[in-house]
Design a protein around this ligand. Structure first.
Ligand code: ATP
Ligand code: MG
Length: 646
C-alpha cells in the first residue's frame, strides 16, 4: 500500500573508485566472489576453514526458523583461535595489541604476551569458581585487560557480558541481574579527560542489589583509593602473580554461548543479544579480512569501545583471529587537544582506521586544521559504522583524513547481526557517499514493502535479512519470546532490522534511518537520513537531527535540530536559507517547519542520535528511557531552551 512506502528523495550521484594501486594489491580483486557465494552454505563452509576446529562440524546449517544452528557438531575455542594458533608460528612475537593510554603511556603485547596473560587470568577465574557456562560481567576502561578478560572467559567457555565503562551503577546492576553473573571484573577507575571516572565505586553501588556476584576482580589503572570488601574483592595484579601460565583452552560446541551483549538502546530498553561461538567466529574472521583488506604489516585501529559490538567483533575476535596488530586507545579524541586522533595515527603509523559518523561529524565541526597538522600518510583504508553517514561527512573524511587516497568502507550491521552485513569490498566496489553499498558475499539483504515483497529498484521500504547468516543472534537472553516478537513476527522466516532503506537503480542500499523515526508529512513517509543529509550539506552545518512534530493539517511537520561548525554563527536569514537549501536539495515536501540551533544533540553512550528524546522534547512530554543517554545535561538544557524559544 502506498502509505507504507518510504520516499527516496536524495539523489547522490558522486561515485568513487579505489585508486589503481589499491585495487591491484587488494585481498579481493574479482567480483567472482559474489557469484561463488550464491551457494551460500558452500561459501560459509569454505570460510569455516579459516578457523582451527578441535572437531570438525558435520552440517553447515540447521534452520528451524527462527532458530539457527551453524556448523553443527563442531568443537572449537574462540580464544584458542585468537591466540594459540598464532603462538605456534612466527606471529608469536608479532604485536597483537598496541595500547596508548590517555596520558600518553604506552604498552605493546605480543601474541605470546597476550596468550600468557589470558591463560593466567583464565586460571584466576577458575580459582574463583568460574566454570563453563557461568556468566562473567566485565566493566572496564579501554585497556588491554578488557580484551584479556574477554578472551580468558572464552578460554573457559564462560560467556562474558561486557558493560560499557561509562555506564552508571544502575545500568550495570540491571545488566548483571539480567545475566545472573557470578564474577565482576572492573578497575579502580578510568582516566577521563585528565580526571578519574570512579569505576570501582560505581561497581560497589551496583552490587548493592546484584546478589549473583560472588567475587570482584579489580584492575589497578589509576591508583586511586578504593574500598575492597574482604572475601569478595581481589586485586588483578595480586591474583595474576600467583597464577599458572598453563591453561588449556576448553573445547566448546559451535553453538555454545560466547557472549551476551546489550544493544545500544537508541530505540528503547536494551536487549541482551546472545552470540554463540562457531558461526560468529567464522563470520567476524571472514568479514574482517576481506573488508579491511588486512595485511600482516597493517596497524589496524578501530576506535569503538569494547563495550559495543564493534569492539567485540572488530577489536577482539575478528582481528585477533586473523593475527592482526590492533591499536587500542584509552581516552577521548579531544584530550589533551583536538588533534589527539591524528597524533596517534602519526605516532604508530596506523594504516587502517575504523570509526563512526558521529566522530567524523565532530572532527568536521572542529575543523580541518587538526588533521592537517599531522602526518597521515600511513593510512590506506578508512571505515565507518554506527549510523548512516551523511554524504558531506563522507566527503570530508575522504578528503581530510584519507587525503583522497583511501577507499572508505561504510559498513552496515547491528549488535544482533554480530558481523558486517552490507559493505563495499574495497578493491572492487565503486563507492557512493552515504551508501553502505551491497550485501557481503553469502548474505541476503533486501528492501521489502509491508507485505514482505521486495520493492522495485529506486524505491524505499523496510530493510530485512531474508536468509540466516553465521554470526546471527541466537536469542534474547532469558527471553526467547522477545527474540521472536522483536525480529521475526512481521514476516515469517524474515529477519526485520528495524531500519528503513532504499534500493537504488544500481542495486545499492541506502539506510534511511530507523523505521520508528520515519516522519509522515501529508502521507509521504520520509526517512530522517535524507533531510539530515540535506542540512549537513549546508556549509554552516556540522550535524542535524530531524523529527516529525504533530501538525494539524499535514499530520506531521519536519522539525530540525542543528549544530553549527566551529567558527560559524547564527546570522539573519540563516534559518530561511537552510530551509531553502533542503527544498533545493531534496524537495519542498521535506522542508523543515522549524529549525532549532543547539550546541549538542542527545546521543547514546555509543554516539548515536536519540531522536525519540527530541520528539519527547518537541511534544513537551516526559522523557522516555534515558539510561543509555551519554550526557543528561544536554537534554535538560535543550528542554529549557526549547520551552523558551518554541
Ligand atoms: P537498540 O536496538 O537498543 O535501539 P541500536 O540499534 O542503536 O540500539 P546497535 O546494534 O549498536 O544498537 O546499532 C545498530 C543500528 O545502527 C542499525 O540498526 C542502524 O540503524 C545503525 N547503523 C549501523 N551501521 C550503519 C551504517 N553503516 N549505515 C547506516 N546505519 C547504520
Ligand atoms: Mg537496534
Amino acid at each position: 500500500m502506498e502509505e507504507e512506502k518510504l520516499e527516496a528523495l536524495l539523489q547522490e550521484t558522486r561515485v568513487f573508485q579505489a585508486p589503481e594501486g589499491f585495487r591491484q594489491q587488494a585481498n579481493v580483486q574479482s567480483t567472482a566472489v559474489y557469484a561463488e557465494a550464491e551457494n551460500r552454505l558452500e561459501f560459509w563452509a569454505k570460510q569455516a576453514d579459516r578457523l582451527e576446529w578441535f572437531e570438525r562440524w558435520s552440517t553447515v546449517l540447521e534452520w528451524n526458523s527462527p532458530f539457527a544452528k551453524w556448523f553443527v557438531g563442531g568443537k572449537l575455542n574462540a580464544a584458542y583461535n585468537c591466540l594459540d594458533r598464532h603462538v605456534k608460528g612466527w606471529r608469536r612475537n608479532k604485536a597483537a595489541i598496541i595500547f596508548e593510554g590517555e596520558n600518553g603511556d604506552s604498552r605493546v603485547l605480543t601474541y605470546q604476551d597476550l596468550h600468557r596473560e589470558v591463560s593466567q587470568f583464565a586460571n584466576v577465574l577458575k580459582s574463583l569458581g568460574v566454570q563453563k557456562g557461568d556468566r562473567v560481567t566485565i566493566y572496564l576502561p579501554m585497556i588491554p585487560e578488557a580484551a584479556i578478560a574477554m578472551l580468558a572467559c572464552a578460554r573457559l567457555g564462560a560467556p562474558h557480558s561486557v558493560v560499557f565503562g561509562g555506564f552508571s551503577a544502575e545500568a550495570l546492576r540491571d545488566r548483571i541481574n539480567d545475566a545472573q553473573a557470578k564474577v565482576l571484573i572492573t578497575a579502580d577507575g578510568s582516566n577521563r579527560r585528565g580526571g578519574v571516572y570512579p569505576l570501582k565505586a560505581n561497581a560497589d553501588a551496583a552490587l548493592n542489589g546484584a546478589g549473583s556476584i560472588e567475587h570482584v576482580v579489580v584492575v589497578q589503572r589509576t591508583g586511586g583509593q578504593v574500598s575492597m570488601q574482604a572475601g569478595r574483592d581481589i586485586w588483578y595484579h595480586e591474583a595474576m602473580s600467583n597464577a599458572s601460565v598453563v591453561c588449556p583452552a576448553e573445547p566448546v560446541d559451535a553453538e555454545d554461548m560466547l557472549y551476551i551483549l546489550y544493544t545500544s538502546g537508541t530505540t528503547g530498553k536494551p536487549k541482551g543479544v546472545v552470540h554463540t561461538t562457531g558461526g560468529y567466529m567464522v563470520g567476524v574472521s571472514a568479514t574482517h579480512e576481506m573488508i579491511f583488506d588486512l595485511k600482516e604489516e597493517d596497524v589496524y585501529w578501530c576506535t569503538a569501545d569494547v563495550g559495543w559490538v564493534t569492539g567485540h567483533s572488530y577489536i577482539v575476535y575478528g582481528p585477533l583471529a586473523n593475527g592482526a596488530t590492533v591499536l587500542m586507545y584509552e581516552g577521548t579524541p579531544d584530550y589533551p587537544a583536538k588533534d589527539r586522533m591524528w597524533q596517534i595515527v602519526e605516532k604508530y603509523r596506523v594504516s587502517i582506521l575504523y570509526t563512526a559518523p558521529t566522530a567524523i561529524r565532530t572532527y568536521m565541526k572542529w575543523g580541518a586544521k587538526y588533521p592537517e597538522s599531522r602526518d597521515l600518510s600511513s593510512l590506506r583504508l578508512l571505515g565507518t559504522v554506527g549510523e548512516p553517514i551523511n554524504p558531506e561527512a563522507w566527503i570530508w573524511y575522504h578528503k581530510y583524513i584519507g587525503r583522497e587516497r583511501c577507499p572508505i568502507v561504510d559498513t552496515w550491521w547491528q549488535t544482533e547481526t554480530g558481523m558486517i552485513m552490507m559493505t563495499p569490498l574495497p578493491g572492487i566496489t565503486a563507492l557512493k557517499p552515504g551508501s553502505a553499498t551491497v550485501p557481503f558475499p553469502g548474505i541476503k539483504v533486501e528492501v521489502v514493502d509491508k507485505d514482505g515483497k521486495p520493492v522495485p529498484k529506486g524505491s524505499g521500504g523496510y530493510l530485512v535479512v531474508s536468509e540466516p547468516w553465521p554470526a546471527m543472534l541466537r536469542t534474547v537472553y532469558g527471553d526467547p519470546d522477545r527474540y521472536v516478537s522483536t525480529y521475526w513476527n512481521r514476516w515469517p522466516g524474515i529477519y526485520f532490522t528495524g531500519d528503513g532503506a532504499k534500493w537504488d537503480t544500481d542495486g545499492y542500499f541506502w539506510v534511511l534511518g530507523r523505521v520508528d523515526d520515519v516522519i509522515n508529512v501529508s502521507g509521504h513517509r520520509i526517512g530522517t537520513m535524507e533531510v539530515e543529509s540535506a542540512l549537513v550539506d549546508h556549509p554552516y552545518v556540522a550535524e542535524a537531527a530531524c523529527i516529525g512534530k504533530n501538525h494539524e493539517i499535514k499530520g506531521q511537520a519536519v522539525a530540525a535540530f542543528v549544530t553549527l561548525k566551529e567558527g560559524t554563527e547564527v546570522k539573519d536569514g540563516l534559518v530561511e536559507e537552510m530551509k531553502a537549501h533542503v527544498t533545493a536539495k531534496i524537495g519542498a515536501i521535506a522542508r523543515p517547519d522549524d529549525i532549532f540551533f543547539t550546541a549538542e544533540l542527545p546521543k547514546t553512550r555509543s554516539g548515536k542520535i536519540m531522536r525519540r528524546l527530541l520528539r519527547d522534547i518537541a511534544e513537551g512530554r516526559t522523557l522516555g528511557d534515558t539510561t543509555t543517554l551519554a550526557d543528561a545535561s544536554v537534554v535538560n538544557a535543550l528542554k529549557e531552551k526549547y520551552a523558551d524559544e518554541a
